[in-house]
Ligand binder design. Structure first.
Ligand code: HXC
Length: 261
């Protein structure tokens, strides 16, 4: 297993867990974290045995408290733009990974941390979790996709409230606005994420990944084109062993064993 400096990476039962690991700095994202996150996503892409991914933060206090302000402070216009582009590229790679990604959020998910959680497919939060885009309080704005993904997830009105005020919201409000899928006891966050990841991992990997593609790409298309994309992907699944196995298993009244082929 590859050694990382600012993240940990573990695979168990077909589930990869990436943990952002700078707890002294509340897991703030510096360039090294972003690059290691990118390498971990590449490892996951090339490992066919992995069926689901969990992204979390080390320690109980934070998922990720944002991009590293000390590192950002030193940047000029060009470097800041490059930093934003680097984060956007890596978060998009995570968002478009052909496997489901669950964010397990304990504590602060602020700025780049909220943006990282939003680049995941599903968010499970602990009761104590707090979400926010506090960048305007630093004289900057969201730069790892927050101005785009937050508006797509919760609607422009609520997104603008969070982005303009910089105020944090508790897990319950984040749930009410559709930013998180589930709120559980803080001690249960990782277990709940693993439970859901296992449930997804038992399903057809091709069915899940084609569904992810249909949702992600469909959101950028008008309805008519999105529906033809769905029909195209639906049809393509009928050339796979997963489809034969899934339907045969149902008719034989047994559990399907999917191979992602
Ligand atoms: C660097 C950070 C950090 C960050 C916390 N730390 N957040 N370091 N970048 N984003 C460090 C603190 O400096 C401190 O280091 C240690 O972590 C513990 O944090 P405290 O502030 O002492 O903890 P606490 O008082 O409990 O406050 C927690 C907090 C606060 C409310 C989360 O840390 C905070 O406001 N952090 C910044 C949140 C933020 O503005 N995030 C958005 C960043 S901009 P020491 O050495 O003092 O112990 C962003 C842009 C993304 O994300 C797009 C880029 C292109």
């Amino acid at each position: 297993m590859k050694d990382f400096n600012t993240i940990t990476y573990a695979v168990e039962d077909a589930i990869a867990v990436i943990t952002i690991n700078r707890p002294k700095f509340l897991n703030a994202l510096n360039t090294e974290v972003l690059k290691e996150l990118s390498e971990a996503v590449d490892l996951i892409t090339s490992d066919a045995a992995i069926r689901a991914v969990i992204v979390t933060g080390a320690g109980e206090k934070a998922f990720v408290a944002g991009a590293d302000i000390a590192e950002m402070q030193m940047k000029d216009v060009l470097e800041a733009r490059e930093f934003s582009s680097l984060g956007n590229k890596i978060f998009s790679k995570l968002e478009n990974l052909q496997k489901p990604v669950i964010a397990a959020v304990n504590g602060f998910a602020l700025g780049g941390g909220c943006e990282l959680a939003m680049a995941c497919d599903i968010r499970i939060a602990g009761h104590q979790a707090k979400f926010g885009q506090p960048e305007v309080g630093l004289g900057i704005m969201a730069g790892f996709g927050g101005s785009q993904r937050l508006a797509r997830l919760v609607g422009a009105g609520i997104a603008k409230e969070l982005l303009f005020t910089g105020e944090m919201v508790h897990a319950e409000r984040a749930y009410a606005m559709g930013l998180v899928n589930q709120v559980v006891d803080s001690s249960e966050v990782l277990d709940e994420a693993k439970r859901m990841a296992k449930m997804i991992a038992a399903k057809s990997p091709l069915g899940v990944s084609f569904t992810k593609k249909a949702v992600n790409e469909g959101l950028n298309l008008d309805l008519e084109r999105a529906l033809s994309l769905e029909a195209e992907l639906f049809g393509a699944l009928f050339a796979t062993k997963d489809q034969t196995e899934g339907m045969t298993a149902f008719l034989e009244k047994r559990q399907a064993v999917f191979k992602g082929e």
